[in-house]
Design a protein around this ligand. Sequence first.
Ligand SMILES: Cc1cc2nc3c(=O)[nH]c(=O)nc-3n(C[C@H](O)[C@H](O)[C@H](O)COP(=O)(O)O)c2cc1C
Length: 323
Amino acid sequence: MTRALPYTGPWLLAPMEGVTAPSFRDLVLARNAAHTLGGACTEFVRVIDTPVPVKVMRRHLGTRRFAQPVALQLMGADLEALAASAQHAAQAGAPVIDLNFGCPAKGALRGCAGSAALKDPRQLERTVAAVVKAVPGHPVTGKIRAGFDDASRVEDLARAIEAGGAWMLTIHCRTRAEAYCDEVDWTRIARAVQAVSIPVCGNGGVNTHADLERLRRETGCRYAMIGRAALGDPWIFTGAQVAAQDAARFLLDYAEALFATGEPSKKGVAGRLKQLLVHWTAGGLCTPTREAWLHTPTPDELFERLSAIAGTERCAHRNPLLT
Ligand SMILES: Cc1cc2nc3c(=O)[nH]c(=O)nc-3n(C[C@H](O)[C@H](O)[C@H](O)COP(=O)(O)O)c2cc1C
């Protein structure tokens, strides 16, 4: 029997550390209809050897609520601490608890967390089962890569997630060794879909709105998740073609959201905007001037350029920190 996940549409915003905090996520959720963008996810919350407090979970979930649910993602290898953290996540109101088995960072691997679990499907299953048992009846999902060094065991990994009791499997089709390579092989997603009966969310290399439906058609996955392409086009889930003015306004809104969350340095905020501008495709803003945006010498010049395009008052007028 398939258990009903709370997602309101087939496309999901991927968890991205350092980006998908409420400051960015809420702006994306507000711009995409719930029947297209069906949900989002927090960046991973690292669980070491003690349960992560409820108040930390609340901070990751943010205060604004949308029709679309925001899953809370946990990453850890200590099963007791992970299980207790999952209970805290549920108490904090997380509608879905997602488990990270894909992070390739050395820190995660040293702690046997993230993609380290891909070396041992039995460990993967035990981890999912420990969390499922801790929050009975609560949706728990697992996000894997297609493998650690190669994709030969993708079916075993997918089955381990299902056997642990997860409600959905998300599969990023690159292996840990492939990191974020340009080439992707979606047949690995199709293999995972064939191997399990729980819903599968395909991820990796979805670069355009049209790719979303193509991924579903070619692999049979029920959901499709976008990471970096959504950093460059926050409207990608609906496929809306926005004007340069809307694109600039999004970036200014993001700057203001960052200041509102206490990021005090203009340089820090400008750096976060440039992190998006590296990927930016919406509104033709960066065609053909990406380098010029990325090399804008001062934060004030960046904000002023954006304000001129957005046709708004300078960001400074709406945020005292920018004066
Ligand atoms: C900056 C950045 C941070 C990421 N952080 C996370 C994370 O916290 N949890 C996670 O499961 N995946 C994380 N990922 C992986 C993405 O969720 C996604 O699987 C990956 O980017 C592939 O999708 P894409 O080709 O659409 O970008 C991160 C990716 C990037 C680029």
